[in-house]
Design a protein around this ligand. Structure first.
Ligand code: NDP
Length: 403
């Protein structure tokens, strides 16, 4: 792959660039383009052994991005900016004839509700142009989709129940901080919880459903039902699923702060007038709170992300839990990052490697991760820093497990 372009220079991009920079044989030139050029320059300075070219771009501006793509002619764009940039970047890649990867599905800025339909609408145009887009190749979505695809092919005859569980059991020593972009994170968590029951999407009030889960090596943590984008693509591609849910753990202090922010309107995306200035409360809150990347040096403890599946194998009921446990300290040692950014940033680098070596050769079109062969990705993850395990018939002590 002659050149790759990373768009965005935040917490997740920092990890992806760290991994790409270690493979000059595959990625001899890495363009890092983001809104703030100084952040791209700082990333380049961290990896003097690699050829990293910093650039400034407003990825909302298709013409500007196309001009940059035509200047550098990368083979692949890795979008690690925000979900709002997905559509303009997909459009720019089509116009410039470049393949595309991202880690989060598009969400309209004025509607905190992500849906894949906006990006799936590019399918025909990508096919006609002979270009490929791989959507949602972080950890969740990303590796979680690959876990489900692997289990469907190798561990089950039929899948019935899916629970994706994201547990951050680490401690960063701050009263309140988010582990990735605050605006995106709080928009996700403060939405109504949604899950699939058959083909129906069931909606519950935000953070109103929770249960204790016993995680391997970590112990019991309280997990809250929230909506997450991979549920939408997974129920579409695995129609035997009778139910699909996503859970995220939160500690008491986090929830106490979050509820206070919600109660006083600080998580609102509606602008308010303050002395003649238009202020969006959630953006103001983001200014006040720590940059997620800055948490890395002090962060200690485990992050665990996995999928619990139930179904049948050779006519018998079966449960499988596929998961990765890593420590914040390991992520810091490897790439100077905290583990949430690390789990999200390693998979796009591995995906770029699989595409560049031909281990993944998707047909032209727009694909979710579960539509690609999960084996090359899962085989490569441990060496890239994300070990994983599959445990058969070891349910995670869910209170309301079916059957
Ligand atoms: P950050 O806020 O740390 O970084 C975002 C970067 O994008 C910043 O450098 C920002 O620029 C840049 N950016 C924002 N808008 C534009 C624009 N219009 N043009 C160019 N650059 C822009 O976010 P994170 O690194 O925490 O998250 C990055 C992405 O990763 C998000 O989409 C998030 O949803 C996704 N993610 C995916 C996960 C997964 O497992 N699938 C898990 C965690 C995150 P500036 O520096 O100027 O602000």
């Amino acid at each position: 792959m002659p050149k790759v372009m990373v768009v965005g220079a935040g917490a997740v991009a920092q990890v992806t660039v760290c991994k790409l920079a270690r493979r000059p044989d595959l990625f001899p030139e890495i363009v890092v383009a983001s809104r703030t050029r100084a952040k791209c320059e700082a990333l380049a300075a961290r990896h003097p052994q690699a050829r990293i070219i910093p650039e400034a771009v407003n990825a909302d501006n298709v013409a500007q991005t196309v001009a940059l793509l035509e200047k550098h002619r990368p083979a692949l764009v890795i979008n690690l900016a925000l979900p709002y940039q997905d559509l303009p970047l997909m459009e720019a890649c089509l116009q410039a004839g470049v393949d595309y990867l991202d880690t989060a599905s598009y969400e309209p800025p004025d509607t905190p509700k992500y849906e894949y339909r906006y990006q799936w609408e590019f399918q025909e145009r990508y096919q006609q142009a002979g270009r490929t887009a791989v959507l949602g190749i972080g950890f969740d979505p990303g590796v979680t989709n690959a876990f489900v695809a692997y289990a469907a092919k190798h561990l089950f005859d039929e899948l019935h129940y899916l629970d994706i569980i994201d547990c951050n059991a680490g401690d960063h020593g701050r009263p309140f901080a988010t582990n990735f972009n605050l605006e995106i994170n709080l928009r996700e968590i403060t939405q109504p919880g949604r899950y699939y029951e058959g083909a129906q999407l069931v909606e519950v009030p935000p953070l109103s459903v929770s249960q204790d889960v016993r995680f391997p090596e970590i112990g019991v943590r309280r997990a809250y039902l929230i909506f997450h984008e991979e549920l939408e693509s997974l129920v579409k591609h695995f129609p035997s699923l009778r139910r699909a849910r996503f859970w995220m753990t939160f500690g008491e202090s986090y929830l106490m702060h979050l509820r206070a922010f919600m109660n006083v309107g600080l998580t609102s995306i509606e602008p308010v007038d303050y002395e003649g200035c238009s202020v969006v409360p959630i953006k103001f809150l983001q200014k006040l709170l720590p940059d997620p990347a800055s948490l890395a040096p002090d962060y200690k403890g485990w992050v665990s992300i996995g999928v619990q599946l139930r179904g049948t194998y050779q006519g018998q009921p079966r449960t499988a839990y596929l998961y990765t446990n890593i420590r914040h300290e390991w992520a810091y040692q490897d790439c100077g990052a905290q583990a949430v950014a690390y789990t999200a940033g390693v998979p796009p680098a591995v995906a770029a490697e699989l595409l560049s070596t031909g281990a993944w050769k998707p047909q032209p079109g727009v694909w979710n991760v579960e539509q690609l062969d999960p084996v090359p990705l899962l085989e490569r993850l441990p060496a890239a820093g994300l070990p994983w395990k599959a445990i058969i018939d070891y349910p995670l002590d869910f209170i309301d497990t079916p059957e």
